[in-house]
Design a protein around this ligand. Structure first.
Ligand SMILES: [Zn+2]
Length: 230
């Protein structure tokens, strides 16, 4: 899945959550703009921040598994992949019913071109679909351009303006992270960058009359058909 049917909507997808540094601010911003988002959560982080998972669900956002460990699960055995996803989903299922059909994004977007991975995910949950994306904030790079706090607003604006100008924006699936994972220069600004990016993005979407919605269920297709189309 990489595009929504309704061009008056966008789906903001947020990977790696829940990070306690950024999630409360992000949830407040989403509420302020009456926006819904879809979170792909890492199990080991969710296990440390159950209250944030509960709060995310309570505010009407969609929550799916991003694997338990943030590793290249597509390079592991099918069994390890399924066990990892199941462990993460079993935790998330404490907070909301398991969605059916299921949506997945694997760490580092691993395996989205791999028939073996699509087949394995469909063995885990029939109808399970990998969610791709259109415009990406490329937020792993934004902090690296921020030498000081004064740079944050301007450097976030560059990334947000690029996404807002993307021809795939209307009906688009937008990718961001709740805190870009890297230890590059500027890492001390990651939290401020993440919240600033989301604020500017939500303001820009509102100006364009685009409504942020949770990802709809995937269209009913056989896994191999979906593989061919992606
Ligand atoms: Zn990730």
């Amino acid at each position: 899945m990489r595009q929504l049917a309704d061009p008056a909507t966008v789906a903001i997808t947020i990977d790696d959550a829940p990070m306690p540094e950024t999630m409360p601010g992000m949830l407040e911003l989403l509420d302020l703009h009456h926006a819904k988002a879809t979170f792909f959560m890492s199990g080991f982080r969710a296990a440390l921040a159950g209250e944030l998972v509960a709060e995310t669900v309570r505010r009407g956002h969609a929550v799916y598994a991003h694997g338990w460990d943030h590793v290249r699960l597509d390079r592991e055995s099918p069994r390890r992949l399924m066990e990892d996803m199941e462990r993460c989903e079993a935790l998330l299922a404490h907070y909301r019913p398991t969605p059916d059909p299921y949506l997945v994004r694997l760490p580092y977007n691993g395996g989205w071109r791999s028939a073996r991975i699509h087949r394995t995910l469909n063995r885990w949950r029939p109808g399970c679909a990998i969610v791709h994306w259109g415009p990406s904030l490329e937020d792993h790079m934004t902090p690296t351009r921020c030498a000081s706090v004064e740079d944050i607003e301007r450097e976030c604006r560059r990334d947000v303006d690029r996404v807002l100008a993307d021809p795939r924006l209307a009906g688009g699936i937008i990718l961001m992270h709740d805190q870009p994972i890297n230890d590059r220069p500027g890492a001390q600004h990651k939290t401020a960058v993440t919240v600033t990016l989301l604020r500017q993005l939500l303001e820009g979407l509102a100006e364009r009359g685009l409504k942020s919605v949770t990802l709809p269920p995937p269209p009913p297709q056989r896994w191999w058909r979906r593989y061919i189309l992606t």
